[in-house]
Design a protein around this ligand. Structure first.
Ligand code: ADE
Length: 221
């Protein structure tokens, strides 16, 4: 997968890029690029935003600036699926993550200030995605959440090929939360690991796990 992140703050992604799943994905042939709107702005002095028509607080990212950034990055706009991060977008969930992870090329647009001129939403983005119904200071954290969730679905990102297959909300668990995990010690301060997990009976362990997952889905955990 090729993932391009459009932002005014590429440095915000430094920690993210150093994370193991991201490095694994890059070693496996995926690409992660950052595009700063300021580098291609047609306005003087690196200007990228402007005051809203009709008045009001804050600044709005300009449509001509975002368009110029996309044009500078892509000869053929049909190429990437352009996803704009917005608190009012389609809510991110495992199904949407899977859908995006299947794309060969994604462009994520991060906003700042009061967000984007509405014409960016309507004419330049293919999708608008929200990570929750609250407003962040910018789209960078939302883009990191989306990119993290997508990248860990890519083959080889987790090192252990099936670890993203059977996890919370996956198809393998019918969209239910994952079952609980335990590790050593088998008993700590009287808190015991369920006997079944120590039994070595893989069939019964499997049944127990699926049952736990169903119970969690029903809200009884
Ligand atoms: N930008 C600001 N807040 C956001 C949110 N909740 N989801 C996606 N993008 C955002």
């Amino acid at each position: 997968m090729k993932l391009d992140i459009f932002t005014l703050f590429p440095e915000a992604f430094e920690w993210f890029q150093s994370q193991r799943p991201v490095r694994n994905a890059l070693a496996g042939g995926s690409e992660l690029n950052f595009v700063n709107y300021r580098d291609s702005t047609p306005l003087p002095a690196g200007q990228v935003d402007d005051a809203p028509y009709g008045g009001g607080a804050g600044m709005v990212l300009r449509v001509d600036v975002v368009d110029a950034a996309l044009n500078a990055a892509y000869a053929d706009r049909a190429d990437p699926r352009v996803v704009l991060l917005s608190p009012t977008g389609r809510m991110l969930d495992d199904a949407l993550v899977r859908e995006l992870a299947a794309e060969p090329h994604l462009a994520l647009l991060c906003g700042r200030y009061e967000g984007f001129d509405q014409r960016v939403h309507v004419h330049l983005a293919d999708d608008q995605v929200s990570i929750g119904r609250y407003v962040l200071a910018g789209g960078e954290l939302a883009a990191m959440v989306l990119a993290d969730a997508v990248i860990r679905k890519l083959p080889g990102a987790l090192g252990h090929t099936d670890s993203a297959v059977e996890e919370s909300f996956s198809e393998a668990l019918d969209g239910a939360p994952e079952y609980p995990h335990y590790t050593r010690p088998a008993e700590y301060r009287g808190w015991k690991v369920p006997d079944i997990l120590l039994s070595g009976d893989h069939g019964r362990v499997r049944e127990w796990r699926l049952e736990q997952s169903r119970l969690r889905a029903a809200g009884s955990d």
